[in-house]
Ligand binder design. Sequence first.
Ligand code: DND
Ligand code: ATP
Ligand code: GLN
Length: 665
Amino acid sequence: MLPFLTPYRHGFVRAAVCVPLVRVADPAYNAERTIALAERAAAQHAAVALFPELGLSGYTCDDLFHQSALLDATEKALGKVLAASEDWETVLLLGLPLRVEHRLLNVCAVVQKGTLLGLVPKTYLPNYREFYEKRQFASGRDVATREVVLLGQTVPLGSDLVFTCTNLPDFALHVEICEDVWTPLPPSTFGALAGATILANLSASNITVGKADYRKALAAGQSSRCLSAYLYSAAGPGESTNDLAWDGHALIYENGERLAESARFSEDEDLILADIDLERLTQERMRQTSFADSVHDQRERLSAMRRVPFLFELPNAELPLLRHIERFPFVPDDPTLRDAHCYEAYNIQVHGLHKRLQSAKIEKLVIGVSGGLDSTHALIVACNTMDKLGLPRTNILAYTMPGFATSDHTKSNAHALMQALGVTATELDIRPSCLQMLKDLGHPFHDGEPVYDITFENVQAGDRTSHLFRLANFHNGIVLGTGDLSELALGWCTYGVGDHMSHYNVNASVPKTLIQYLIRWVAAKNLFGEEASRILISIADTEISPELIPGGEGSDKPAQKTEEKIGPYALQDFNLYYLTRFGFAPSKVAYLSLSVGDSYDLPTIKKWLEVFLWRFFKTSQFKRTCVPNGPKVGSGGSLSPRGDWRAPSDSEATLWLDELRANVP
Ligand SMILES: Nc1ncnc2c1ncn2[C@@H]1O[C@H](COP(=O)(O)OP(=O)(O)OC[C@H]2O[C@@H]([n+]3cccc(C(=O)O)c3)[C@H](O)[C@@H]2O)[C@@H](O)[C@H]1O
Ligand SMILES: Nc1ncnc2c1ncn2[C@@H]1O[C@H](COP(=O)(O)OP(=O)(O)OP(=O)(O)O)[C@@H](O)[C@H]1O
Ligand SMILES: NC(=O)CC[C@H](N)C(=O)O
């Protein structure tokens, strides 16, 4: 088995996109520069390395393409690269002009370990505005043969080739050339439907103002629509600037996400690398059933496509993961993106509640406000919803309900918040009714014994819920739920008569790490005024606790620290995202978590992942199979049985735990 610390162990392959220095009509020089970059890609254990369109001759040769001397020399240059490739595992994608059936094709030679695996011709030749390719070239559609003899090898030729790695079947490659992806039906679409996970484009796109963004949109769009990776390499320094300019734009995209991009306009050659998550792509194809429907519709064409097998010896060495992994998948590192996510999450929540109140013709909300994160955020959403409905915020009946372990700190924050927001604030002491219930149960706490068991905890959570529901009846309102996605994943809520239940829950699809950030975001935007912002920051800074078990004598702090019990939310939200959104095995989740490169070491990651697996797969699904309504907020996140997550409440967790224990050192 490969070492744990290599991307190749976890379903990734490494891709390189190269922008060599070229000299127009100097194939010997171009071969030399190509070999130098290919060697670098091979040394980095890349599985594939892409070069630009017509890179061995230069793209801008114009009518020189019809000079035999140039064509002969370019074939010779290919022979040189082919010979150099003997020792490399990396599959090289090289651009050159090639004579076939008395026509000139613009092709990609697919080369590995001294073998010509295939030749892929350009299908769509641009012949408009600055482009005159039809003057020199024919399309791949214009030749009848499906095989040529080149440099002594018999090689398949066509845009219908899918290069499939026999020992890593998810690694399947399709190639197209520049303009091909500018068309409504790019050849790579069929490549993807035929099973290719990596689509490569050899390009020689000249640069004009704004065009780089357009290329990125194409790469993002094609990779998303095809649930694939998209590699793109535009020609760079050295191409003729007779009438055009070249920026050496190299891109690696995966399912709409940019993994790597070159610094453009460099006067030097360039090479970018990224590790592509093939498992993520194949998981996505399995999940998105419309992908298979498209295969069905195109089956005639797809079944005629040809597979070219090749072997890629996996590097048996520790390698760093060349890919940025964020600790907080629900809260992006990039400030602009994060701001946009917060705006959307918040508005989705408000929109959901707005519609529910309107359609139920109910104008009042009942909510328990603890001074903790979840109820604070739900209260903010409630206020904004009332504002939008044109109803007074006093229609929000907010109750702070101290129990046996409520700290002065959270209680005073709860009061201050309710006042600053202008809602109807009431304090309701639950201790008498809890004591009554503990007495009815015969619980020793009623007789003064410090027994703080689950019953003691849930009596308080249940009593609050019981009060809130009856208050809703009494005032003709609905109970606003506050429990978040992370708690639902971990089963960290009191079932039924407890914080599990409400009439509508705006937080059900919002993970704790995002709630924490949303509260800071609302404060930073000062959406509810200075005083509210100050309190929001204080709440966001408070240690997370359910406050159900009292601290020691004279202590104002509750005994429970949630994250000591169920693990840091930073880790558990990470686990939640990768397990439920992508279906990755626990060992891969641990590997990704370690690849974040922050202060969490592997034993810590493993320990809390084990807790997550046990709680998520074994003990808490019954809580998720019956949850109140609430809007789905993020792509990685709804556990509603009516939406994203339908699962048996009586399954085993052994499989996941064993996989973790067996495969994580
Ligand atoms: N598979 C299954 N199908 C159907 N029912 C099942 C079941 N497994 C257990 N049960 C039943 O469910 C009971 C367990 O569920 P439950 O009554 O909810 O109790 P439980 O999950 O044991 O306790 C709730 C936990 O959530 C924590 N909590 C509560 C409230 C708020 C927060 C917070 O921080 O936000 C945290 C609290 O500290 C405690 O650890 C079992 O005693 C059993 O009766
Ligand atoms: N002292 C309290 N007063 C009023 N409501 C409370 C109180 N404690 C808990 N609740 C209600 O029960 C819900 C669950 O309690 P819990 O303490 O888990 O959540 P929270 O305090 O809002 O946020 P966090 O989960 O971050 O602590 C709260 O969101 C709140 O609606
Ligand atoms: N070489 C090409 O096929 C270039 C055409 C493409 N539309 C571009 O501008 O990049």
